[in-house]
Design a protein around this ligand. Structure first.
Ligand SMILES: [Zn+2]
Ligand SMILES: [Zn+2]
Length: 246
């Protein structure tokens, strides 16, 4: 069995020996971060038009409006500067992200980071440091790894940037935010995230796996800005589309 033979040499060497496979299935592809053709046809990459502030995909009618912002950003702009995401968080994106997040498929980080680097090239280029959205320590203990920290490490390596893994901490556990609306999510998150490192004057790129309402990213950005960050952008692997469009 080939994996047993190569186990002692470690994952990095294995990666160079095994051909890259599709992000969503085992079909061979040319390079990490690619889909095979059948999977590629089923993946929804986020492309223009999207909200200029939070990156949520927009219907054509809305982008024709004066601002280019989604209605949520127009009504109550997030404190982060710009957010971008690689994929719509639909069935295919869940096939990639849920095993990565909950089932120890940490090897998916590299491929997802390749997609994120493409979608967020502008944000990566102007970042001084990358900071992952933190997990509370009880959740981290249960899951054993922070999937956002793995994405941040891969992106930093690819882009030659510095990552500050412990710049933020969850100082209070957060209830599961699933069924809450935007205002209730913001309220539930108030005071739960704090900056732990000196980020004064730095352009920070916040990294997460999925952006839902943007309330978590906004709470992280508020903590970083309060600690003196010069700007905070956000890059995620996937974005929950506006519920009116799905
Ligand atoms: Zn495939
Ligand atoms: Zn928006």
């Amino acid at each position: 069995m080939i994996l047993d033979v190569f186990k002692p040499v470690g994952r990095a060497v294995l990666d160079t020996l095994l051909p890259p496979s599709c992000l969503a299935c085992d079909a061979p592809v040319d390079a990490d971060g690619q889909f095979c053709l059948p999977c590629f046809r089923r993946v929804n990459f986020i492309s223009s038009p999207f909200c200029a502030h939070c990156g949520v995909p927009l219907p054509f009618a809305e982008v024709a409006s004066a601002t280019g912002f989604c209605s949520a950003c127009a009504a109550s702009p997030p404190v982060f500067h710009e957010a971008r995401s690689a994929l719509r968080y639909d069935y295919m994106a869940k096939q990639l992200i849920l095993p990565f997040k909950y089932a120890d498929r940490t090897d998916a980080a590299r491929g997802l980071a390749v997609l994120m680097a493409r979608a967020g090239a502008k944000l990566l280029a102007r970042a001084d440091v990358l900071v992952p959205v933190p997990l509370h320590k009880t959740r981290l203990r249960a899951r054993r790894y922070n999937q956002s920290a793995l994405l941040a490490a891969e992106l930093a390596r690819m882009a030659g940037k510095r990552v500050v893994q412990d710049a933020l901490a969850r100082v209070k556990p957060t209830a599961v935010l699933g069924p809450l609306g935007v205002a209730a999510r913001r309220e539930a998150l108030a005071g739960t995230i704090a900056a732990r490192r000196n980020v004064a004057g730095l352009a920070v790129l916040l990294i997460d796996d999925v952006m839902t309402s943007g309330a978590t990213a906004d709470a992280c950005a508020a903590a970083l800005l309060a600690a003196g960050a010069g700007r905070v952008d956000v890059l995620t692997a996937a974005r929950v589309p506006d519920p009116r469009l799905s």
